[in-house]
Design a protein around this ligand. Structure first.
Ligand code: TRH
Length: 403
Protein backbone atom coordinates (compact mmCIF):
# COMPACT_ATOMS: atom_id res chain seq x y z
CA UNK A 1 0.00 0.00 0.00
CA UNK A 2 1.44 3.39 -0.97
CA UNK A 3 1.22 6.00 1.74
CA UNK A 4 0.10 8.87 -0.50
CA UNK A 5 2.39 11.89 -0.42
CA UNK A 6 0.55 14.85 1.03
CA UNK A 7 1.54 17.17 -1.83
CA UNK A 8 0.46 16.79 -5.43
CA UNK A 9 3.94 15.92 -6.71
CA UNK A 10 5.81 13.09 -5.04
CA UNK A 11 9.14 14.14 -3.58
CA UNK A 12 12.39 13.01 -5.15
CA UNK A 13 15.23 11.61 -3.08
CA UNK A 14 18.89 10.76 -3.81
CA UNK A 15 20.59 8.27 -1.50
CA UNK A 16 24.40 8.03 -1.75
CA UNK A 17 25.96 4.80 -0.48
CA UNK A 18 29.67 4.04 -0.11
CA UNK A 19 30.16 0.34 0.66
CA UNK A 20 32.88 0.08 3.32
CA UNK A 21 32.85 -3.62 4.11
CA UNK A 22 30.40 -6.44 4.73
CA UNK A 23 26.78 -5.96 3.68
CA UNK A 24 25.27 -3.44 6.05
CA UNK A 25 25.90 -0.21 4.19
CA UNK A 26 24.19 -1.37 1.03
CA UNK A 27 21.79 -3.55 3.07
CA UNK A 28 20.40 -0.56 4.95
CA UNK A 29 20.46 1.74 1.90
CA UNK A 30 18.71 -0.70 -0.39
CA UNK A 31 16.05 -1.48 2.21
CA UNK A 32 15.45 2.26 2.77
CA UNK A 33 15.49 3.21 -0.94
CA UNK A 34 12.95 0.54 -1.91
CA UNK A 35 10.79 1.30 1.15
CA UNK A 36 10.63 5.05 0.43
CA UNK A 37 9.71 4.41 -3.19
CA UNK A 38 7.24 1.57 -2.66
CA UNK A 39 5.55 2.73 0.55
CA UNK A 40 5.83 6.52 0.30
CA UNK A 41 5.61 7.12 -3.45
CA UNK A 42 8.97 8.92 -3.68
CA UNK A 43 11.10 9.03 -6.82
CA UNK A 44 14.28 7.47 -5.46
CA UNK A 45 17.77 7.23 -6.91
CA UNK A 46 20.31 5.03 -5.14
CA UNK A 47 23.86 6.02 -6.01
CA UNK A 48 26.24 3.23 -4.94
CA UNK A 49 29.92 2.61 -5.59
CA UNK A 50 30.15 -1.17 -5.15
CA UNK A 51 27.61 -2.92 -7.38
CA UNK A 52 29.20 -6.34 -6.91
CA UNK A 53 28.44 -6.36 -3.18
CA UNK A 54 24.97 -5.00 -4.01
CA UNK A 55 24.53 -7.95 -6.41
CA UNK A 56 25.26 -10.40 -3.55
CA UNK A 57 22.18 -8.93 -1.85
CA UNK A 58 20.02 -8.39 -4.94
CA UNK A 59 20.72 -10.84 -7.75
CA UNK A 60 18.88 -8.65 -10.30
CA UNK A 61 21.64 -6.01 -10.09
CA UNK A 62 23.79 -5.62 -13.21
CA UNK A 63 27.19 -4.98 -11.66
CA UNK A 64 28.45 -3.22 -14.83
CA UNK A 65 25.49 -0.88 -15.55
CA UNK A 66 26.00 2.87 -15.12
CA UNK A 67 22.24 3.23 -14.66
CA UNK A 68 19.48 0.66 -14.05
CA UNK A 69 16.05 0.41 -12.51
CA UNK A 70 15.36 -2.18 -9.83
CA UNK A 71 11.93 -2.45 -8.20
CA UNK A 72 11.19 1.11 -9.29
CA UNK A 73 14.40 2.53 -7.80
CA UNK A 74 16.91 4.12 -10.19
CA UNK A 75 20.38 2.74 -9.35
CA UNK A 76 23.35 4.81 -10.53
CA UNK A 77 26.91 3.53 -10.42
CA UNK A 78 28.94 5.94 -8.34
CA UNK A 79 32.21 6.32 -10.17
CA UNK A 80 34.13 9.31 -11.44
CA UNK A 81 33.66 8.56 -15.13
CA UNK A 82 29.94 7.87 -15.55
CA UNK A 83 28.05 9.40 -12.64
CA UNK A 84 28.16 12.94 -14.04
CA UNK A 85 26.51 11.81 -17.29
CA UNK A 86 23.57 10.37 -15.37
CA UNK A 87 23.33 12.83 -12.52
CA UNK A 88 22.19 16.09 -14.08
CA UNK A 89 19.50 17.30 -11.69
CA UNK A 90 19.52 17.05 -7.89
CA UNK A 91 16.58 15.68 -5.89
CA UNK A 92 14.42 17.48 -3.30
CA UNK A 93 16.17 15.42 -0.59
CA UNK A 94 19.81 14.31 -0.64
CA UNK A 95 20.97 11.69 1.84
CA UNK A 96 24.60 10.72 2.36
CA UNK A 97 24.55 7.39 4.14
CA UNK A 98 26.98 6.83 7.02
CA UNK A 99 28.79 10.12 6.39
CA UNK A 100 30.08 9.08 2.97
CA UNK A 101 31.71 12.04 1.21
CA UNK A 102 29.69 13.36 -1.75
CA UNK A 103 31.44 14.16 -5.05
CA UNK A 104 32.40 17.85 -5.32
CA UNK A 105 30.12 18.42 -8.32
CA UNK A 106 27.16 17.22 -6.26
CA UNK A 107 28.08 19.55 -3.40
CA UNK A 108 28.24 22.38 -5.95
CA UNK A 109 24.71 21.45 -7.10
CA UNK A 110 23.58 21.44 -3.47
CA UNK A 111 24.96 24.94 -3.02
CA UNK A 112 22.90 26.29 -5.90
CA UNK A 113 19.68 24.32 -5.42
CA UNK A 114 19.62 24.01 -1.56
CA UNK A 115 17.80 20.65 -1.21
CA UNK A 116 17.10 19.02 2.15
CA UNK A 117 20.50 17.52 3.04
CA UNK A 118 20.77 14.65 5.52
CA UNK A 119 23.55 12.46 6.83
CA UNK A 120 21.98 9.09 7.69
CA UNK A 121 24.05 7.94 10.65
CA UNK A 122 24.65 4.52 12.21
CA UNK A 123 22.04 3.08 14.58
CA UNK A 124 22.75 3.50 18.28
CA UNK A 125 20.82 3.00 21.52
CA UNK A 126 23.07 5.48 23.37
CA UNK A 127 21.38 8.44 25.05
CA UNK A 128 23.52 11.14 23.36
CA UNK A 129 21.89 10.31 20.00
CA UNK A 130 18.75 12.22 20.99
CA UNK A 131 20.71 15.45 21.46
CA UNK A 132 22.34 15.18 18.04
CA UNK A 133 19.45 13.95 15.96
CA UNK A 134 17.85 16.23 13.31
CA UNK A 135 19.76 19.38 14.32
CA UNK A 136 20.40 21.33 11.07
CA UNK A 137 23.78 23.06 10.91
CA UNK A 138 25.26 25.07 8.01
CA UNK A 139 27.76 23.16 5.91
CA UNK A 140 31.06 25.10 5.97
CA UNK A 141 31.63 25.21 2.20
CA UNK A 142 28.08 25.80 0.98
CA UNK A 143 26.28 27.37 3.92
CA UNK A 144 23.43 24.91 3.22
CA UNK A 145 21.92 23.32 6.33
CA UNK A 146 22.86 19.67 6.74
CA UNK A 147 21.28 17.50 9.45
CA UNK A 148 22.48 14.31 11.11
CA UNK A 149 19.65 11.79 10.99
CA UNK A 150 20.15 9.12 13.64
CA UNK A 151 18.15 5.89 13.58
CA UNK A 152 17.23 4.96 17.12
CA UNK A 153 14.94 3.32 19.66
CA UNK A 154 13.03 6.35 20.96
CA UNK A 155 10.60 8.94 19.60
CA UNK A 156 13.35 11.58 19.92
CA UNK A 157 15.50 9.84 17.28
CA UNK A 158 14.98 8.87 13.65
CA UNK A 159 13.38 5.54 14.61
CA UNK A 160 13.81 2.22 12.81
CA UNK A 161 13.01 1.14 9.24
CA UNK A 162 9.76 -0.82 9.34
CA UNK A 163 7.59 -1.55 6.34
CA UNK A 164 3.77 -1.46 6.62
CA UNK A 165 2.18 -4.79 7.64
CA UNK A 166 5.55 -6.30 8.69
CA UNK A 167 4.12 -7.70 11.92
CA UNK A 168 1.04 -9.20 10.24
CA UNK A 169 3.28 -10.84 7.59
CA UNK A 170 5.44 -12.29 10.35
CA UNK A 171 2.47 -13.52 12.39
CA UNK A 172 0.92 -15.16 9.30
CA UNK A 173 4.20 -16.98 8.56
CA UNK A 174 4.56 -18.11 12.19
CA UNK A 175 0.96 -19.29 12.49
CA UNK A 176 1.36 -21.84 9.68
CA UNK A 177 3.93 -24.53 10.53
CA UNK A 178 3.49 -26.24 7.14
CA UNK A 179 4.37 -23.05 5.23
CA UNK A 180 7.40 -22.64 7.48
CA UNK A 181 8.44 -26.24 6.75
CA UNK A 182 7.97 -25.69 3.01
CA UNK A 183 10.17 -22.62 3.26
CA UNK A 184 12.75 -24.56 5.26
CA UNK A 185 12.78 -27.41 2.77
CA UNK A 186 13.32 -24.97 -0.14
CA UNK A 187 16.44 -23.70 1.64
CA UNK A 188 17.83 -27.10 2.69
CA UNK A 189 16.77 -26.82 6.33
CA UNK A 190 15.10 -29.49 8.49
CA UNK A 191 11.43 -29.24 9.47
CA UNK A 192 10.39 -27.80 12.83
CA UNK A 193 10.84 -30.39 15.58
CA UNK A 194 8.93 -30.09 18.86
CA UNK A 195 11.29 -29.53 21.80
CA UNK A 196 14.26 -28.76 19.53
CA UNK A 197 15.58 -25.21 19.46
CA UNK A 198 16.73 -23.87 16.11
CA UNK A 199 19.29 -21.04 16.20
CA UNK A 200 20.35 -18.89 13.22
CA UNK A 201 23.95 -17.67 13.08
CA UNK A 202 25.18 -14.47 11.44
CA UNK A 203 28.35 -13.06 13.03
CA UNK A 204 31.84 -11.63 12.40
CA UNK A 205 34.99 -13.72 11.77
CA UNK A 206 36.30 -13.12 15.32
CA UNK A 207 33.32 -14.88 16.91
CA UNK A 208 34.14 -17.83 19.20
CA UNK A 209 32.63 -20.42 16.81
CA UNK A 210 34.38 -23.46 18.24
CA UNK A 211 33.24 -22.72 21.79
CA UNK A 212 29.66 -22.31 20.61
CA UNK A 213 29.77 -25.55 18.60
CA UNK A 214 31.22 -27.45 21.57
CA UNK A 215 28.57 -25.99 23.89
CA UNK A 216 25.78 -27.09 21.57
CA UNK A 217 27.39 -30.55 21.32
CA UNK A 218 27.36 -30.88 25.11
CA UNK A 219 23.83 -29.57 25.55
CA UNK A 220 21.25 -32.17 26.60
CA UNK A 221 18.62 -29.79 25.23
CA UNK A 222 18.52 -30.51 21.43
CA UNK A 223 19.76 -27.51 19.45
CA UNK A 224 20.30 -27.09 15.69
CA UNK A 225 22.42 -24.30 14.21
CA UNK A 226 21.49 -22.69 10.87
CA UNK A 227 24.69 -21.01 9.69
CA UNK A 228 24.10 -18.19 7.19
CA UNK A 229 26.28 -17.63 4.14
CA UNK A 230 27.28 -14.24 5.59
CA UNK A 231 29.56 -16.03 8.09
CA UNK A 232 33.23 -16.17 7.09
CA UNK A 233 33.74 -19.68 5.58
CA UNK A 234 37.42 -19.84 6.60
CA UNK A 235 36.51 -19.26 10.27
CA UNK A 236 33.89 -21.99 10.04
CA UNK A 237 36.38 -24.43 8.51
CA UNK A 238 38.90 -23.63 11.25
CA UNK A 239 36.18 -24.41 13.80
CA UNK A 240 35.57 -27.76 12.04
CA UNK A 241 31.94 -26.95 11.27
CA UNK A 242 31.54 -30.01 9.04
CA UNK A 243 32.13 -32.29 12.06
CA UNK A 244 28.90 -31.17 13.70
CA UNK A 245 25.75 -32.86 12.37
CA UNK A 246 23.48 -30.27 14.03
CA UNK A 247 25.00 -27.46 11.91
CA UNK A 248 23.25 -26.63 8.62
CA UNK A 249 24.74 -24.24 6.05
CA UNK A 250 22.20 -21.76 4.64
CA UNK A 251 22.70 -20.26 1.16
CA UNK A 252 22.87 -16.45 0.89
CA UNK A 253 19.24 -15.36 1.14
CA UNK A 254 17.31 -12.39 -0.20
CA UNK A 255 16.47 -9.83 2.48
CA UNK A 256 12.90 -11.14 2.51
CA UNK A 257 14.06 -14.73 2.97
CA UNK A 258 16.52 -13.69 5.66
CA UNK A 259 13.49 -12.30 7.52
CA UNK A 260 11.82 -15.73 7.17
CA UNK A 261 14.92 -17.40 8.64
CA UNK A 262 14.82 -15.02 11.62
CA UNK A 263 11.11 -15.70 12.09
CA UNK A 264 11.29 -19.52 11.88
CA UNK A 265 14.21 -19.83 14.35
CA UNK A 266 13.80 -19.56 18.13
CA UNK A 267 17.03 -17.66 18.80
CA UNK A 268 18.94 -15.47 16.33
CA UNK A 269 22.62 -14.55 16.44
CA UNK A 270 22.84 -11.35 14.40
CA UNK A 271 25.49 -8.73 13.73
CA UNK A 272 26.02 -5.15 12.50
CA UNK A 273 22.93 -3.01 12.19
CA UNK A 274 20.31 -4.11 9.68
CA UNK A 275 20.07 -7.76 10.78
CA UNK A 276 19.81 -6.54 14.39
CA UNK A 277 16.71 -4.51 13.53
CA UNK A 278 15.21 -7.34 11.47
CA UNK A 279 15.71 -9.73 14.39
CA UNK A 280 13.97 -7.26 16.70
CA UNK A 281 10.96 -7.23 14.39
CA UNK A 282 11.11 -11.06 14.45
CA UNK A 283 10.39 -10.93 18.21
CA UNK A 284 12.72 -13.84 19.06
CA UNK A 285 15.64 -13.66 21.54
CA UNK A 286 18.70 -12.28 19.76
CA UNK A 287 22.42 -12.29 20.49
CA UNK A 288 24.04 -9.27 18.87
CA UNK A 289 27.61 -9.39 17.56
CA UNK A 290 28.33 -5.68 17.29
CA UNK A 291 30.61 -4.37 14.55
CA UNK A 292 34.07 -4.49 16.24
CA UNK A 293 35.77 -1.12 16.74
CA UNK A 294 39.20 -0.12 18.00
CA UNK A 295 39.83 -0.08 21.77
CA UNK A 296 36.44 -1.73 22.35
CA UNK A 297 34.58 1.54 21.74
CA UNK A 298 31.67 -0.57 20.52
CA UNK A 299 31.14 -2.05 24.00
CA UNK A 300 29.45 1.14 25.27
CA UNK A 301 27.10 0.93 22.28
CA UNK A 302 26.45 -2.73 23.02
CA UNK A 303 25.73 -2.10 26.72
CA UNK A 304 23.35 0.74 25.83
CA UNK A 305 21.39 -1.57 23.54
CA UNK A 306 21.32 -4.40 26.11
CA UNK A 307 19.86 -2.06 28.72
CA UNK A 308 16.97 -1.21 26.41
CA UNK A 309 16.57 -4.73 25.06
CA UNK A 310 16.37 -6.46 28.43
CA UNK A 311 14.40 -3.77 30.30
CA UNK A 312 11.09 -5.63 29.98
CA UNK A 313 12.46 -9.12 30.65
CA UNK A 314 12.52 -11.19 33.82
CA UNK A 315 15.82 -10.48 35.67
CA UNK A 316 17.04 -14.07 35.18
CA UNK A 317 16.40 -14.08 31.47
CA UNK A 318 17.78 -10.57 31.09
CA UNK A 319 20.96 -11.69 32.84
CA UNK A 320 21.25 -14.80 30.62
CA UNK A 321 20.93 -12.70 27.47
CA UNK A 322 23.35 -10.04 28.70
CA UNK A 323 26.00 -12.50 29.91
CA UNK A 324 25.89 -14.51 26.73
CA UNK A 325 26.04 -11.39 24.55
CA UNK A 326 29.04 -9.95 26.40
CA UNK A 327 30.80 -13.29 26.22
CA UNK A 328 30.02 -13.62 22.50
CA UNK A 329 31.51 -10.20 21.81
CA UNK A 330 34.58 -10.59 24.02
CA UNK A 331 35.49 -14.28 23.91
CA UNK A 332 39.18 -14.64 23.10
CA UNK A 333 39.72 -10.96 23.88
CA UNK A 334 39.05 -10.99 27.65
CA UNK A 335 39.08 -7.35 28.60
CA UNK A 336 38.06 -5.42 31.67
CA UNK A 337 35.83 -6.80 34.38
CA UNK A 338 33.85 -9.18 32.18
CA UNK A 339 36.79 -11.53 31.73
CA UNK A 340 35.26 -13.80 34.38
CA UNK A 341 32.26 -14.39 32.12
CA UNK A 342 34.29 -16.20 29.49
CA UNK A 343 35.24 -18.85 32.08
CA UNK A 344 31.64 -19.58 32.85
CA UNK A 345 30.17 -22.80 31.55
CA UNK A 346 28.94 -21.99 28.06
CA UNK A 347 26.56 -24.91 28.05
CA UNK A 348 24.62 -23.79 31.11
CA UNK A 349 24.41 -20.27 29.70
CA UNK A 350 23.27 -21.49 26.32
CA UNK A 351 20.63 -23.72 27.88
CA UNK A 352 19.63 -20.80 30.11
CA UNK A 353 19.06 -18.90 26.89
CA UNK A 354 17.06 -21.52 25.03
CA UNK A 355 15.27 -23.67 27.59
CA UNK A 356 12.71 -21.00 28.63
CA UNK A 357 11.67 -21.04 24.99
CA UNK A 358 10.90 -24.71 25.02
CA UNK A 359 7.24 -24.02 25.62
CA UNK A 360 4.56 -26.28 24.03
CA UNK A 361 4.33 -24.09 20.91
CA UNK A 362 8.00 -23.12 20.84
CA UNK A 363 7.88 -22.85 17.03
CA UNK A 364 5.78 -19.74 17.49
CA UNK A 365 8.62 -18.12 19.42
CA UNK A 366 9.59 -16.87 22.84
CA UNK A 367 7.71 -16.10 25.99
CA UNK A 368 5.47 -13.12 25.34
CA UNK A 369 7.66 -10.88 27.48
CA UNK A 370 10.45 -11.08 24.93
CA UNK A 371 8.19 -9.50 22.38
CA UNK A 372 7.58 -6.55 24.66
CA UNK A 373 10.42 -4.40 23.36
CA UNK A 374 9.80 -5.07 19.66
CA UNK A 375 6.10 -4.57 20.21
CA UNK A 376 6.76 -1.24 21.91
CA UNK A 377 8.99 -0.34 19.00
CA UNK A 378 6.29 -1.55 16.65
CA UNK A 379 3.97 1.04 18.21
CA UNK A 380 6.50 3.80 17.42
CA UNK A 381 6.52 5.84 14.20
CA UNK A 382 8.84 4.23 11.64
CA UNK A 383 11.98 5.84 10.25
CA UNK A 384 10.59 6.43 6.76
CA UNK A 385 7.68 8.47 8.08
CA UNK A 386 9.92 10.48 10.43
CA UNK A 387 12.42 11.17 7.66
CA UNK A 388 9.78 12.44 5.24
CA UNK A 389 8.05 14.54 7.90
CA UNK A 390 11.40 16.12 8.79
CA UNK A 391 12.19 16.78 5.14
CA UNK A 392 8.78 18.39 4.55
CA UNK A 393 9.33 20.65 7.58
CA UNK A 394 12.70 21.69 6.14
CA UNK A 395 11.17 22.34 2.71
CA UNK A 396 8.38 24.45 4.20
CA UNK A 397 10.93 26.33 6.31
CA UNK A 398 13.11 26.98 3.23
CA UNK A 399 10.08 28.27 1.31
CA UNK A 400 9.12 30.59 4.18
CA UNK A 401 12.61 31.99 4.66
CA UNK A 402 13.63 32.31 0.99
CA UNK A 403 12.91 35.85 -0.29
O1 TRH B 1 27.02 -7.24 7.04
P1 TRH B 1 27.06 -6.43 8.26
O2 TRH B 1 28.10 -6.75 9.24
O3 TRH B 1 27.19 -4.89 7.88
C1 TRH B 1 28.02 -4.03 8.63
C2 TRH B 1 27.15 -3.28 9.61
O4 TRH B 1 26.07 -2.66 8.94
C3 TRH B 1 27.97 -2.21 10.30
O5 TRH B 1 27.12 -1.39 11.12
C4 TRH B 1 28.65 -1.34 9.27
O6 TRH B 1 29.47 -0.41 9.93
C5 TRH B 1 29.49 -2.22 8.37
O7 TRH B 1 28.63 -3.15 7.71
C6 TRH B 1 30.20 -1.37 7.35
O8 TRH B 1 25.64 -6.58 9.02
P2 TRH B 1 24.22 -6.00 8.77
O9 TRH B 1 24.16 -4.54 9.12
O10 TRH B 1 23.27 -6.90 9.46
O11 TRH B 1 23.94 -6.11 7.21
C7 TRH B 1 23.78 -7.38 6.63
C8 TRH B 1 22.78 -7.25 5.50
O12 TRH B 1 22.76 -8.47 4.75
C9 TRH B 1 21.36 -7.06 6.02
O13 TRH B 1 20.66 -6.19 5.16
C10 TRH B 1 20.77 -8.45 5.95
C11 TRH B 1 21.40 -8.96 4.69
N1 TRH B 1 21.47 -10.42 4.56
C12 TRH B 1 20.76 -10.99 3.50
O14 TRH B 1 20.07 -10.28 2.75
N2 TRH B 1 20.83 -12.32 3.31
C13 TRH B 1 21.58 -13.14 4.11
O15 TRH B 1 21.61 -14.36 3.87
C14 TRH B 1 22.29 -12.53 5.21
C15 TRH B 1 23.09 -13.40 6.13
C16 TRH B 1 22.23 -11.15 5.41
Amino acid sequence: MRIKSTTSSALSLDLFCHVIDFFGDIGVCWRLARHLHRDFDLHVRLIVDDLSTFKRLVSAVDSTAASQNIDGVTVLKWDQSTLRNHYQKIADIVIEAFACTLPDFVVDMIKSTRPVWLDLEYLSAEAWVEECHARPSPHPRTGVDKSLFFPGFTEQTGGLIREPFLKSRRDAFLSDASSQNRWRERHGLPAIEKGTTDISLFCYPNAPFHTLLEAISSSKHPIRLFVTAGVDPASLDRAGISNYSFAYRVPFLSQEDYDHLLWTCSVNFVRGEDSLVRALWGGKPLIWHIYPQENAAHMAKLQAFLRRYTANLSPDYAQALENFTIMWNLRGREEGDVASLVDQDWVSMLVGLVSPLDVPNSSVGPSLELQALPLNLIAQTDLGTRLINFARQQIDLERRTTP
